[in-house]
Write a protein that binds this ligand. Structure first.
Ligand SMILES: NC(=O)c1ccc[n+]([C@@H]2O[C@H](COP(=O)([O-])OP(=O)(O)OC[C@H]3O[C@@H](n4cnc5c(N)ncnc54)[C@H](OP(=O)(O)O)[C@@H]3O)[C@@H](O)[C@H]2O)c1
Length: 333
């Protein structure tokens, strides 16, 4: 056990508030639990991280850097040696890991893995707070929250919206949903993982829904950036030559997203400044230029198919936002 942990778990002798007698701090379950959640400048709350993949390790590292006594567990015990060197305690079992802290953060590959881990130590989790930042669907987050409630476990679902290298920084965006009181009580600790810790609602599935929606933007944008680099690359132009323009071009996207959101929420798609027929012609040009250079254009072909369906549905003179009418109709089928 490291010095840090030894100090944190040492049964310090203190005066019991009820009896006035001197007793060990571990003597009362109530006191122990309160102490476990205390997060003051002097003493950081003990935390447990289950799952030491790339992200789980980054989370545990952030807790350690902030001085939290940190217990870790991973299915394959070979991971996280540097965390142990830094002072983390490696638990041999999930149960042992959970018993070390009032707050348990889970970060594994998917909800099925996370649920299997939680179920393997359900009774030890009772009365504790589980924050599951594993990415999966809203439905699975809701099912996990319902299971936790049935087992007397406080459950907050979360989503990490930054890469591992940004974890632990003040700007790092994390989303959380679930019980507001539980979230607020643990916010000082959660801010250690990402200073930009945002509560998105009481319904457990909300963080996962926002996570998937933002990843939707991330994956399709990344695919088009790679396509753009490939397109200029086919002309012998280095990706880095286009890069500054890509970065500057992205500056228009917040304004575009704002306009699209306004139109979609209002259900009106005025096309005076950007009509879909004009935009579809632009898509055709990119596909033609890609084919001319032997570059795959499947991402843009999918975009063109969507545009064509919207135009066929009568939105040719409407804004790009009118694509939502076609996308929503497909979802409703
Ligand atoms: N990496 C990122 O940049 C990033 C960014 C944002 C969000 N996330 C999210 O963070 C979560 C974890 O990602 P990661 O990058 O840490 O993934 P990873 O490096 O692939 O690690 C996966 C983790 O899941 C564990 N695992 C897999 N199947 C399991 C099972 N059946 N039972 C118990 N444990 C199991 C693995 O344990 P073993 O070591 O034993 O295989 C490992 O700890 C994902 O939901 C991901 O979407 C990641």
């Amino acid at each position: 056990m490291t010095e840090l942990h030894a100090r944190s778990f040492m049964p310090a002798v203190r005066t019991c508030s009820k009896t006035g007698r001197r007793c060990a701090s571990g003597a009362s379950a109530e006191t122990t639990y309160r102490d476990m959640n205390a997060n003051t400048e002097k003493r950081r709350a003990p935390v447990t991280v289950l799952g030491l993949g790339a992200m789980g390790q980054a989370l545990a590292r952030a807790f350690l850097n902030a001085g939290h006594p940190t217990t870790v567990w991973n299915r394959s015990p070979d991971k996280g040696a540097d965390l142990v060197e830094k002072g983390a305690v490696r638990a041999a079992t999930v149960k042992e890991a959970v018993q070390a802290s009032g707050l348990v953060v889970v970060c594994v590959v998917d909800a099925a893995a996370s649920q299997a881990i939680l179920e393997s130590a359900a009774s030890a989790m009772k009365g504790r707070v589980v924050v599951d930042v594993t990415s999966d669907t809203p439905e699975k987050a809701r099912a996990a929250a319902a299971w936790a409630t049935r087992n007397g476990i406080e459950y907050i679902d979360g989503a990490v919206m930054v890469p591992t290298v940004s974890v632990g920084t003040p700007e790092a965006l994390f989303l959380y949903s679930g019980n507001r009181g539980v979230f607020d009580a643990h916010l000082p600790t959660l801010r250690v993982l990402g200073g930009n810790a945002r509560y998105v609602g009481p319904e457990a599935g909300m963080a996962a829904l926002f996570d998937l929606a933002l990843l939707d933007v991330f994956y399709s944008s990344s695919a088009s950036i790679v396509h753009a680099f490939s397109l200029v690359g086919a002309n012998g132009v280095m990706a880095k030559a286009l890069l500054p323009y890509v970065v500057e071009f992205f500056a228009i996207m917040p304004g575009i997203a704002d306009m699209l959101a306004t139109n979609i929420d209002n259900g009106k798609h005025p096309g005076a400044l950007d009509n879909l027929t004009m935009e579809a012609t632009g898509v055709d040009h990119i596909i033609e230029a890609s084919h001319d250079r032997g570059v795959d254009a499947s991402v843009l072909e999918a975009v063109r198919s969507l545009f064509r369906r919207a135009i066929d549905a009568g939105h040719g003179a409407d804004s790009l936002s009118s694509l939502a009418e076609v996308i929503r109709k497909r979802a409703a089928r």
